[in-house]
Design a protein around this ligand. Structure first.
Ligand SMILES: Nc1nc2c(ncn2[C@@H]2O[C@H](COP(=O)(O)OP(=O)(O)OP(=O)(O)O)[C@@H](O)[C@H]2O)c(=O)[nH]1
Ligand SMILES: [Mg+2]
Length: 549
C-alpha cells in the first residue's frame, strides 16, 4: 500500500476562531449561570466546554467517524467494505461487536486521540486502494450496538456518540423506524450537520421499496427535528454504488476540517440553548439584551421611607430637635434654673451617635414591625425591577436585594449617625445675646435682693435708714428684683418658643440628611444588587446568544 502525502486543508482558521469564541462565551455563561440556574444545564455546559477544549487540543488532523446503530444493521460489514478487507468481525450471532474497533487511515496512528476516546482496538491503514490517501486522517469507529441486552455496549456506543466528530447511523429496512434510534436522533436534532443516515441492506429491497424506505426515513428524521443529515442507501455485502457514495462522503468530510468544528458548534449550541431554557429566555431572544426593567419612583421612595423608619429616623430627628431645644435653654434660659437641665443627659448624646464604625449607636433597634415593613419594601423593589421577567429571575433578584444578615441594619445605623453629625447646628448668635441679657438681668436681681437684704438688716438693727431711690414710686431694689426676675422669666419663655421652632427646623434638616443617607444605603445594598443581577442576566443572555450563533 502506497503512502501519499496528505493534502493541505483549506482555511479553517476563521471557523476555529469562531468556535473558540463560542466556547469561551459558553464558559463565561456557565460561570454566570452557576448558582443561579439549575445545576444540570450548567454542568452540561461545563462538560461541553471541557470536551471542546480537549478535542481541539488533539487537533483537527483526524476525523472521528462513529458507525452507530442497532445490532445486525451492518456496521462491521460496512466498515470492512470501506476498508476493503475483513478487519471487523461480522456475524449472524448477535451482538457481534463487543468493543469499538478503530480503523485509522494514514501514517499517523491518532494514538492520543484514541486514548482520549478510550479505544484500544486499532487497525492502521497505510495504503491500498488507489484513493486511500484521500482518506488520510479518517478514523472509522466500528462501535458496539445500542440495542442489545448488554448495557456496556450501549454505554460504549453513547460515549463514542458523545465524542465522535461525525455520527453515521447505520440502519436497515427492518429497523429504520426503531424507537431507540429515533430517541437518539431526537436528542441530537441540532446535530444534523454532524450526522449521516445509512439505510443498509438495500440489496434485500426492490428499487421502489428502497425509495419508499428512504422517504419514510426522511419523514421520521423531519419528525425528530433533524435537519441537514444526508441519507445514503448501501449494501455492505452487495458492493453496490452506495458503499462508494459513503466512502466518497467520508473522504469529503475528512478533508474538510470544518467537520470537527460543526460537531462541536452543535454541542455548544445545544448547551447554550439548554442554559437559555433554564434561564427562561425564549428561543427567539437568544441574542437580545435583557428587557430594560427598573424600579419605579414610588417604590424607591417607599423603600427609603421604610428603611429610614427601621433605622430610627423618627427617634433621631426628635432627639435632634430636643437637643437643640435643650442647648438653647441652657444658654438662654433663666440663669437661676437653667443649670438644672445639665442634670439630665443630652438627648442626642444618649443615642451615642459618635460611635460610628466603632459599633452600633444606641438608637433603638428596628422593631419587628419596622423590619417586616423594610423587608417588604425591599421585596417590592425587587419585584418591581423583575416585573415581567419569568422565574428564576424574580427570585434571584429578590435574593440579591435582600441582605442575608444584619449588614443592612448596621449600615443604616452608621449612615444615620454620620448624617446627624453633618447637621449638628452651630450655636446661633441670638443664644449668646440672650444669654448675656439673662446674666445682666440676673445680676440686677442679685443686686436688688442684696439691697433689700441690706435694708432689712438695717431695720432689724434699728440703724438710720438711708434714702431708697424709687422710680415711679417703686423702690429701685424691689424693681431690680421683680423687674429682673420677671423679665428674665419672660425672656426665657420667649426664647423657649423660638427654640422650639429652631428645634423643629433642625429636626427637619436632620431628617432630610438622614433620608439622603438612607437612600444612598438603599442604592448601595438594595437597588445596586438588583441592577447588578439584571446586568448579569443581560450578560448571560448575550453570551448565550454568542455561543449559539
Ligand atoms: N443482505 C445483507 N446482509 C448484510 C448487509 N450488511 C450486513 N449484512 C449481514 O448482517 C449481519 C450482521 O452484520 P454485522 O456487520 O455484523 O452487523 P453489526 O451492525 O456490526 O452488528 P453488531 O456488531 O452486533 O452490532 C451479517 O450476517 C452480515 O453478513 C447487507 O448490506 N446486506
Ligand atoms: Mg459489529
Amino acid at each position: 500500500m502506497s503512502l501519499r502525502k496528505r493534502r493541505a486543508r483549506p482555511g479553517i482558521a476563521t471557523t476555529a476562531t469562531d468556535l473558540n469564541e463560542r466556547v469561551e462565551a459558553l464558559l463565561a455563561a456557565a460561570k454566570l449561570a452557576d448558582g443561579r440556574l439549575d445545576d444540570e444545564p450548567v454542568a452540561f455546559a461545563q462538560a461541553i466546554v471541557s470536551k471542546a477544549g480537549e478535542r481541539l487540543r488533539h487537533g483537527t488532523t483526524h476525523l472521528l467517524v462513529g458507525f452507530l446503530g442497532a445490532t445486525g444493521s451492518g456496521k462491521s460489514s460496512l466498515t470492512n467494505a470501506i476498508v476493503g478487507s475483513e478487519v471487523a468481525t461480522t456475524g449472524i450471532r448477535r451482538p457481534t461487536t463487543s468493543s469499538t474497533l478503530a480503523c485509522v487511515w494514514g501514517e499517523d496512528d491518532a494514538g492520543p486521540l484514541l486514548n482520549w476516546l478510550g479505544v484500544s482496538d486499532r487497525y492502521q491503514i497505510t495504503g491500498g486502494a488507489a484513493d486511500s490517501a484521500e482518506l488520510d486522517g479518517l478514523v472509522l469507529l466500528d462501535v458496539p450496538d445500542h440495542d442489545s441486552v448488554k448495557t456496556e455496549h450501549r454505554l460504549e456506543m453513547e460515549q463514542i456518540a458523545e465524542h465522535a466528530d461525525l455520527l453515521v447511523w447505520v440502519t436497515d429496512p427492518e429497523k429504520y423506524a426503531d424507537l431507540a434510534l429515533h430517541s437518539y436522533l431526537r436528542r441530537l436534532s441540532h446535530h444534523g450537520s454532524a450526522m449521516v443516515l445509512v439505510l443498509n441492506k438495500v440489496d434485500q429491497l426492490t428499487t421502489e421499496e428502497a425509495q419508499a424506505c428512504t422517504d419514510d426515513l426522511r419523514r421520521l428524521l423531519e419528525a425528530a427535528g433533524v435537519d441537514g443529515a444526508p441519507i445514503l442507501t448501501t449494501s455492505a455485502i452487495g458492493g453496490a454504488d452506495g458503499v462508494v457514495s459513503l466512502r466518497q462522503l467520508l473522504m469529503t468530510r475528512t478533508q474538510d476540517q470544518a467537520t470537527v468544528m460543526k460537531r462541536l458548534e452543535a454541542d455548544v449550541a445545544v448547551a447554550a440553548s439548554d442554559l437559555l431554557n433554564a434561564a427562561a429566555v425564549g428561543s427567539g431572544s437568544g441574542g437580545q439584551k435583557s428587557k430594560v426593567v427598573g424600579v419605579t419612583k414610588s417604590v424607591t421612595s417607599r423603600l427609603a421611607h421604610d428603611l429610614g423608619q427601621a433605622a430610627g429616623v423618627d427617634t433621631v430627628t426628635e432627639a435632634v430637635a430636643a437637643g437643640y431645644r435643650r442647648d438653647a435653654k441652657s444658654q438662654t434660659g433663666w440663669p437661676f434654673t437653667r443649670w438644672t437641665r445639665q442634670l439630665r443627659p443630652h438627648p442626642l448624646r444618649r443615642l451615642h451617635l459618635e460611635k460610628g464604625s466603632a459599633g452600633r449607636t444606641s438608637v433603638p433597634k428596628a422593631s419587628a414591625a419596622q423590619r417586616t415593613r423594610a423587608l417588604a419594601a425591599i421585596r417590592d423593589a425587587a419585584d418591581s425591577a423583575s416585573n415581567g421577567l419569568p422565574e428564576p429571575w424574580p427570585n434571584l433578584i429578590r435574593q440579591a436585594a435582600t441582605p442575608a444578615d444584619e449588614s443592612l441594619f448596621d449600615r443604616l445605623d452608621l449612615a444615620v449617625a454620620d448624617a446627624v453629625r453633618l447637621v449638628r447646628p452651630r450655636k446661633p448668635r441670638w443664644w449668646q445675646a440672650i444669654g448675656v441679657l439673662q446674666i445682666v438681668l440676673a445680676i440686677a436681681v442679685v443686686i436688688g435682693a442684696l439691697w433689700l437684704l441690706g435694708l432689712a438688716v438695717a431695720t432689724w438693727f434699728q440703724l438710720p435708714q438711708l434714702p431708697t431711690p424709687s422710680i415711679r414710686r417703686i423702690p429701685v431694689p424691689t424693681g431690680l428684683v421683680f423687674g429682673g426676675a420677671s423679665l428674665g422669666w419672660a425672656l426665657s419663655l420667649l426664647s423657649g418658643s423660638v427654640a422650639r421652632v429652631g428645634g423643629q427646623r433642625s429636626g427637619t434638616k436632620a431628617a432630610k440628611q438622614i433620608e439622603r443617607a438612607v437612600a444612598q444605603v438603599a442604592d448601595e445594598l438594595v437597588l445596586g444588587p438588583i441592577q447588578q443581577e439584571l446586568d448579569q442576566r443581560a450578560m448571560l443572555v448575550d453570551l448565550l446568544g454568542k455561543a449559539r450563533a
